[in-house]
Design a protein around this ligand. Structure first.
Ligand code: NAD
Length: 424
């Protein structure tokens, strides 16, 4: 039995969550708080989903929904379709969702879902039946005031539309607030598509101000030119940063004078790759170790690791992907004094506009793009300032990640306290 276990309880602890929480257990802002409550999820739900395939056979897809914590509001988190997704990964992501929603101060808890499937091997009809089956199976556990799913890896607005439709069919009433990330024509929000990137741009501007730097001409390298990376490149370019390198899964390009991002957008749309630009071709590994002012991993997890962290030359890192720096590399960067703005703050613009979508659905009132972006800006800049205050008030060298954890854990435990869930 571990020290956080209750007598008679089998070990239900989330190991990753426990290790992460222990890093901030001695923070001044958390004095007297018992973090044990956050070391395990509230509910782990799983089910095998039988789905009729086009040829008449039936395939069974394992699936999960982990509801980590709902002290601050309904559970919130995406559903991932991936052949390698596992319960442990979903649990970690659910924990991080709870912290992410708390750090930007939106009234949600944290959850995450997953289905073990390679969606590229399904026909559109099979994908629709699988998406509907997920909702049929989990509908009792979700709802606009209970748990609100959203897109994640390999799920998109079309899948969210099927899922919402299935939920409404079962409930027998309209309920657009049950899911976010829907197409705007059926209750999705303006600005959702690029919200993660715009939120990241606001956070970076705040960070640059805090460092007393002039953003004009700061050199930035971005790994990933998908939804997040490409829009972020555009927003930063518009704000005066020099994007000197970008990459996608096939490799990257480098121009020390700064890449013309609007031209790159046009060429990328035409050719589907980055290499039509007149720029030096580089590998992803080279991009990650470039001497730039800001390195932005915006592709996939585990990119800066124990293997390459010693070669990282960037002055600062903005984590737009989820978990792009491994804990080992994170420790090294902290030791070296390289600031890394953590994912739960940097990429929280997406869930913030998901929250706006839900508010609009519930009020049955829709905002224009300008209003959405103005509210997003307020939330993101406030969140950065709150984290900065923690960083500055904690003794010692508190990292940005630790400061973001401290702020979010403090908010979640405060809510638990009001609910009477914290022992005297
Ligand atoms: P995406 O699929 O649109 O784009 C991913 C990009 O990464 C592509 O350019 C792809 O070519 C590149 N890539 C894939 N594998 C790579 C590899 N091995 N090396 C280098 N590049 C590689 O995904 P996205 O929506 O842009 O999400 C990117 C990251 O941001 C993910 O970690 C995601 O979880 C995170 N995120 C996304 C959102 C959102 O709103 N889309 C919100 C929060 C966090």
């Amino acid at each position: 039995m571990t020290k956080d276990q209750l007598p008679g309880e089998k070990d239900t602890m989330c190991e990753f969550c426990s290790v992460e929480l222990d890093k901030v257990a001695n923070a001044e802002a958390l004095t007297g708080r018992n973090l044990g409550l956050l070391k395990r999820p509230e509910k782990r739900i799983n089910a095998n989903l039988p789905v009729k395939m086009d040829d008449g056979s039936v395939e069974v897809f394992p699936s999960f929904r982990i509801q980590y914590n709902d002290a601050r509001g309904p559970m919130k988190g995406g559903i991932r379709f991936h052949p390698m997704v596992g319960e442990e990964e979903v649990e970690q992501l659910a924990f991080l969702m709870a912290l992410k929603c708390a750090v930007v101060d939106i009234p949600y808890g944290g959850a995450k879902g997953g289905v073990v499937v390679d969606p590229s091997e399904l026909s559109e009809a099979e994908l629709e039946r699988l998406s509907r089956k997920y909702i049929e199976t989990y509908h009792e556990h979700i709802g606009p005031e209970k748990d609100i799913p959203a897109p994640d890896v390999n799920t998109n607005s079309k899948i969210m539309a099927w899922m919402m439709d299935e939920y409404e069919r079962i409930e027998g009433e309209k309920s657009p607030g049950v899911i976010t990330g829907k197409p705007p024509k059926i209750g999705g929000s303006e600005g959702r598509e690029y919200a993660t990137s715009l939120g990241g741009a606001f956070v970076l501007e705040e960070f640059v101000k805090h460092q007393d730097l002039d953003k004009e001409g700061l050199k930035v390298a971005i790994q990933g030119f998908g939804n997040v990376g490409s829009h972020l490149a555009r927003f930063l370019h518009e704000r005066g940063f020099d994007i000197v390198a970008v990459s996608d899964v096939a490799g990257g390009i480098h121009d020390p004078e700064g890449i013309d991002i609007s031209r790159l957008f046009d060429l990328y749309e035409e050719n589907g790759d980055l290499f039509e630009m007149d720029a030096e071709e580089i590998t992803n590994e080279e991009l990650l170790t470039m001497d730039v002012d800001v390195l932005i991993p915006a592709a996939i997890e585990d990119q800066i690791t124990g293997e390459n962290v010693e070669d990282v030359e960037a002055d600062a890192i903005l984590e737009m992907a989820n978990g792009p720096i491994t804990p080992e590399a994170d420790d090294y960067l902290a030791e070296k004094g390289v600031p890394a703005i953590p994912d739960i703050l940097a990429n929280a613009g997406g869930v913030t506009v998901s929250y706006f979508e839900w508010v609009q659905n519930i009020a049955n009132e829709y905002w224009d793009e300008e209003e959405v972006n103005r509210k997003l800006e307020e939330h993101m800049r406030d969140a950065f300032r709150e984290v900065r205050k923690v960083k500055e008030s904690e003794p010692g060298d508190t990292t940005w990640r630790e400061a973001a954890y401290i702020k979010s854990v403090e908010r979640v435990l405060e809510a638990e306290d009001y609910r009477g869930n914290v022992s005297e």
